[in-house]
Design a protein around this ligand. Structure first.
Ligand code: NAD
Length: 300
């Protein structure tokens, strides 16, 4: 079997197009411009790149983008004050605090200080609880993107066997919850899982979110299964020239694609969906804040 490649770049562009349409409707019909604020503490180079590209795409879909760049030695009190101001700013509908935070800051405390209604990352404990009980919540962006791709490919995933490899709060756990809410039979595998190969072989849907380059080989994949590769791992690529690197996922792409029915590539799979879903969440938050109908197809 040769797998269908699920093109995340194309899908994400489609989602951003839908977001842009909703933004236009909000502006024209209601005089509201959705606003997203991103708070960046410190100078982590990867975080700076993410924040820049989030800001650029926010503006591209017609929303207001606000960036708060704070020094690496910012105190908890000062950061909480910035978040409190954003919580109370009626022009801001989404707030994201770029992780990881410098070590001296309590990440849980900071995340839980964001108003749940504006928590477009979906990490606030209230949103975690709402998602866990099947209630309306803000859903973490990366798993939301994976769910959109699965729904698009399968229509319904009800009754399918799904295995999520990884149990992080950011990807693995909310992904498992979303699959469960869509009536899949869900197994969460992790670093202590005894026979991972055997667990994965039973899955109609495999979501790999581990952070270990190419750890899932093709012979673990059930013929025709759908493989969603969340991993982003940078490896040296001397074959491309001295000092060059390349990105690979958590699954071994060629061998998995030879057995899967559908697969997301790395790069160009899950990655682009994450920012698209952040923009989708901001529009959703804006609609909810203003008592308007939520955009269809952009939420879980
Ligand atoms: P994490 O380090 O928080 O969690 C990794 C999980 O993998 C843990 O729960 C651990 O139990 C599990 N694990 C570790 N070794 C294992 C093994 N040998 N077998 C089975 N499970 C094992 O990572 P994370 O934040 O969930 O991210 C996972 C990967 O996804 C990383 O590569 C990260 O860069 C990537 N990621 C991508 C996006 C995106 O936008 N595409 C977003 C977030 C994370």
């Amino acid at each position: 079997m040769t797998a269908k490649i699920i093109d995340g770049k194309e899908f994400a562009a489609r989602v951003r197009g839908q977001v842009a349409e909703h933004v236009t409707r909000l502006k024209n019909d209601h005089g509201i411009t959705p606003g997203l604020a991103v708070v960046l503490v410190g100078e982590d180079p990867a975080s700076q790149v993410y924040v820049r590209s989030k800001g650029k795409m926010t503006v591209e879909v017609g929303m207001k983008s606000v960036e708060h760049k704070m020094d690496a030695d910012t105190s908890e009190t000062d950061l909480l004050k910035v978040i409190d101001d954003l919580n109370n700013d009626p022009d801001i509908h989404g707030i994201l605090c770029q992780l990881p935070l410098p070590k001296h800051l309590d990440e849980d405390l900071i995340i839980n200080s964001i108003s749940p209604a504006k928590d477009v990352d979906g990490f606030h404990i209230s949103n975690v609880g709402l998602l866990g009980t099947g209630q309306k919540s803000m859903v973490p962006c990366t798993p939301l993107g994976c769910l959109m791709m699965l729904r698009d490919h399968h229509g319904s995933i009800s009754g399918m066997d799904a295995v999520v490899i990884g149990r992080s709060n950011i990807v693995g756990k909310p992904m498992a919850q979303l699959l469960l809410n869509d009536s899949a039979t869900v197994t969460i595998a992790h670093s202590r899982t005894k026979d991972l190969a055997d667990v994965v072989r039973r899955a109609d849907i495999v979501v790999a979110a581990v952070g270990r380059p190419e750890m899932v080989p093709g012979d673990w994949i059930k013929e025709g299964a759908t493989v969603i590769d969340v991993g982003i791992n940078r490896l040296d690529a001397p074959e491309k020239g001295e000092g060059k690197t390349k990105l690979v996922g958590d699954v071994h792409y060629e061998s998995c694609a030879a057995r899967a029915g559908a697969i997301t590539p790395v790069p160009g799979g899950v990655g682009p969906m994450t920012i698209a879903c952040l923009l989708a969440n901001t529009v959703t938050a804006c609609c909810r804040a203003n008592g308007l109908d939520e955009p269809e197809g952009l939420t879980a």
